[in-house]
Design a protein around this ligand. Structure first.
Ligand SMILES: [Zn+2]
Length: 113
């Protein structure tokens, strides 16, 4: 936990002051261009691999980046997609998988699932 607290202190001291105007604009509204759907895997860092920053991506994550086939059962992913399209009017949706996904390995290994 100390590492996270120190990271947040560093953010407040070094990063926030440099981007203060951008954060002020984002405090009242957001207008991301992209909906990004990806795995919860800790090795997937959307902002890092795409070079994006605050306000750029509207993100939903779950193990295996699973998107429900129907909207009969409302869940977080469905709600996120609907909000991104209907309210935020994102231009594109990106479904990002990754190598060595434990969730997909488990799904494909039905005897052990
Ligand atoms: Zn994964």
């Amino acid at each position: 936990m100390d590492r996270l607290i120190e990271g947040h202190r560093r953010f407040l001291k070094e990063v926030f002051p440099k981007k203060q105007n951008q954060y002020k604009l984002l405090a009242d509204r957001q207008a991301p261009e992209w909906l990004f759907i990806t795995c919860s895997d800790s090795r997937v860092l959307p902002e890092l691999i795409l070079g994006t920053g605050p306000g750029d991506l509207f993100i939903t994550r779950n193990a295996g980046n699973v998107v429900p086939l129907t909207t009969h059962d409302v869940d977080g992913v469905t709600a996120t997609i609907e909000y991104a399209i209907e309210v935020l009017r994102v231009k594109s949706a990106i479904l990002c998988g990754h190598s060595d996904c434990g969730a997909l390995k488990a799904a494909l290994d039905k005897p052990r699932l």
